[in-house]
Design a protein around this ligand. Structure first.
Ligand code: GLV
Length: 321
């Protein structure tokens, strides 16, 4: 029997599973991430922590959690956690790989299409009562998607799922940049592994799927945008800081690139005001990558499976190395 602290609302059936195993559960029943000071007090007696990817689990939290055995992050990315510090303190870290691959790939494609075909602008136009009839040369002509070149930065599970949509659904030619070659992706999707510079210069659409690391922070900076086609659209459903938001705003405002579909932000939940001000071919969503009922249920189940396993003295199912 152990104390489990959950920083956010999770599905009732998962709380029941923890209680059925004899554990005491405290769930913070408020919207949004917990503040650091509150987390420090709440974590003191917990043996398991289930937390959001937007919560900073740093050395201070780990030090305040003397009995902690596992941090189960609700998300596949875990850049919010001091994994090295946790491991040094004997605390296991787990994530939720797999569950959200297709869901996140769907959102990436939704943003790509919405930005290219100006769907959100069209929605605003209709609601404002401005739709006065079909025109051959209207004010909202968009960009072709079918058969264009799709650049994938980070060809892991999600990047490959996006490439599959592009190749099989939209006849796109796939370029990718990854630390390691993805030979399966190359075979299945005729994807071509290229240096980042070539991908930036030749892609019509660029989707970002790389994790946030010191090496990928601001991978998309002024120089990167300068290399891109002025007709290119950038889609980011990975992590905000992979893109220098100030440079992105500049590139969009000056026409250095044509548009963007953005789901994640540098200072999330804050969004660069310059980005908010841009309307044409710019679509913004509030970190919705995994946001379907089925996927969020699956993610909660994976987190609880990991907690139950570790508290029972068994190995975690999805350890972060
Ligand atoms: C979402 O951003 C995740 O990392 O799961």
């Amino acid at each position: 029997m152990a104390e489990v602290y959950i920083t956010c609302r999770v599905f009732e059936e998962e709380i029941e599973r923890l209680r059925a195993a004899g554990h005491t559960v405290e769930m913070r029943d408020h919207p949004g991430p917990i503040c650091h000071a509150e987390l420090l007090t709440k974590i003191a007696a917990a043996e398991a922590l289930i937390c959001l990817l937007s919560e900073r689990i740093d050395a201070e939290v780990i030090a305040a959690a003397a009995s902690l055995k596992i941090i189960a992050n609700l998300g596949v990315g875990y850049d919010n956690i001091d994994v090295e510090g946790a491991h040094a303190a004997g605390v296991i870290v787990t994530n939720t790989p797999g569950a959200l691959t297709e869901t996140t790939a769907d959102l990436a494609f939704a943003l790509l299409l919405a930005a290219a075909r100006r769907v959100v602008e069209g929605d605003r136009f209709v609601r404002a009562g401005d739709f006065l009839g079909w025109e051959l040369v209207g004010s909202q002509l968009g960009l072709e998607v079918y058969g264009k070149r799709l650049g994938i930065v980070g060809m892991g599970k999600i990047g490959t799922a996006v490439a599959r949509r592009g190749r099989l659904g939209f006849g796109m030619k796939i370029l990718y940049h990854n630390r390691r070659r993805n030979e399966e992706g190359e075979k299945e999707l005729a994807a071509v592994h290229v240096p980042l510079e070539k991908l930036l210069e030749e892609s019509d659409f660029i989707c970002v799927h790389t994790p946030l690391t010191p090496q990928t922070r601001h991978l998309f900076d002024r120089q990167a945008f300068a290399r891109m086609k002025d007709s290119a659209i950038l889609v980011n459903v990975a992590r905000g800081p992979v893109v220098d938001e100030e440079a992105l705003v500049q590139a969009l405002a000056t026409g250095e690139i044509a548009g963007a579909g953005i789901d994640v932000y540098e200072e999330e939940p804050a969004v660069h005001p310059g980005l908010v001000g841009l309307q044409e071919r710019v679509v913004l969503s509030p970190h919705l990558g995994s946001a379907t009922v089925a996927t969020r249920r699956a993610m909660a189940k994976i987190a609880v499976d990991n907690v139950l396993s570790v508290l029972a003295g068994a190995p975690p199912l999805n350890p972060v190395a």
